[in-house]
Write a protein that binds this ligand. Structure first.
Ligand SMILES: *Cc1c(COP(=O)(O)O)cnc(C)c1O
Length: 360
């Protein structure tokens, strides 16, 4: 049976990457080691680490003023590292509450003793549109403004041309749409993304931080594992890094480059998403509840507005080889994640299936 994985994360990986991993799991004929066994201090891994960093810099056009580091602990640890390292002057941050992960970032900062101001929220409308800054936003009152570029659970995106305009520092959680569409990195002061959505398997998270901003902070009470500066100084190898995850990340980045980079990914993602949204907009059974202008390319949320029916159809889809179509447990319904590695064939198969269900 042909199967497709619509999971929001860990998400689908490119087929050639899986094949390469399979080959590298066997013992290398020169080193007599599997990729799972190599030392992080080996020349082989040093090359992988440097390669992953450079590919990311090239793909996103990251200037030298930014450091790029690899951290464990996922996006959730970044919810804590960001305020610990970058909100030390005013001890105060602003958050656009555009979804579940934005709210979690706000909560984590608050638990660390930072003052958190929600400067826009669509929570009361189930996050079905993106909150924007209002005219009275005072950037000077905060160390930074935090946004979530793509709201993985709710299916909304601040695309590049919709980014909030602030004269202050801007940080972004790009976990679920990094390299899926273009962003001008120079508009941000810090960005992070867990790899397991669009960039590789779980286990590594990348953070891109403006170095001079980092240097202007006072972090004497931040431990070594929580300091970006320590990761920068030690080339992300203060302790044992997630060797396999960084190796797989490098393979995925290499695949993106070979396929034509972010421009080509964007072109494909737009075609895939448009096809599915068009079907949903035409459908009498299924509905995409998100505000049209705010729709995500990578996480497409829809529903029949009947929770029981949704669950039945998700189960039926699985029997037909369409896996992980259930929406996040907090919203239910359906969610089709169309990350970079998702082929158009998956979208075609999904539409064919949904169409059959609708026609009965
Ligand atoms: C998945 C996700 C997270 C959380 O990532 P973890 O690695 O599970 O901590 C945070 N933000 C966004 C936008 C996500 O999609």
């Amino acid at each position: 049976m042909v199967t497709y994985n619509f999971s929001a994360g860990p998400g689908v990986l490119p087929t050639p990457v899986i094949s390469q991993i399979k080959a590298d799991l066997a013992q290398n004929e020169f080193t007599h080691l599997s990729i799972l066994e190599i030392s992080h201090r080996s020349a082989q891994f040093e090359k992988i680490m440097a390669s992953a960093q450079q590919r990311l810099r090239d793909l996103m056009s990251i200037p030298d003023e930014y450091g790029v580091v690899f951290v464990q602990g996922g996006g959730s640890l970044q919810f804590e590292m960001l305020p610990l390292n970058l909100a030390t002057n005013k001890q105060s941050i602003a958050v656009l509450d555009s979804g579940n992960f934005a709210a979690k970032a706000a909560q984590a900062a608050q638990m660390l003793g930072k003052e958190v101001t929600i400067v826009g929220s669509s929570k009361s409308q189930h996050y079905r549109y993106l909150p924007q800054l209002t005219g009275d936003f005072d950037a000077n009152a905060y160390d930074y403004l935090h946004i979530t570029t793509n709201n993985t659970i709710e299916g909304t995106t601040y695309h590049q041309d919709m980014l909030p305009q602030t004269t202050g520092r801007l940080t972004a959680d790009m976990s679920s749409n990094i390299l899926a569409e273009p962003y001008d990195i120079t508009q941000f002061d810090a960005v992070f993304a867990g790899a397991q959505k669009n960039l590789g398997p779980a286990g590594v998270t990348l953070a891109i931080v403006k170095k001079d901003w980092l240097a202007s902070q006072s972090i004497e009470h931040v431990g070594p594992m929580m300091r970006y500066q320590n990761y920068l100084d030690k080339d992300s190898m203060y302790n044992t890094p997630p060797v396999f995850s960084i190796y797989a990340l490098d393979l995925v980045l290499s695949w993106v480059q070979a396929e034509g980079g972010v421009d080509e990914m964007t072109r494909r993602n737009q075609l895939k998403a448009a096809k599915l949204y068009d079907f949903l907009d035409e459908s009498r059974l299924f509905e995409a509840p998100v505000k049209t202008s705010d729709r995500s390319l990578t996480n497409i949320v829809f529903t029949t507005n009947d929770a029981k029916r949704d669950a039945q159809i998700v189960a039926q889809a699985k029997e037909n080889g369409l896996f992980n179509l259930g929406g996040h447990r907090s919203v239910g319904g359906f969610r089709a994640s169309l990350y970079n590695a998702q082929p158009m064939a998956a979208v075609d198969a999904l539409i064919e299936f949904l169409n059959k269900v609708e026609k009965g």
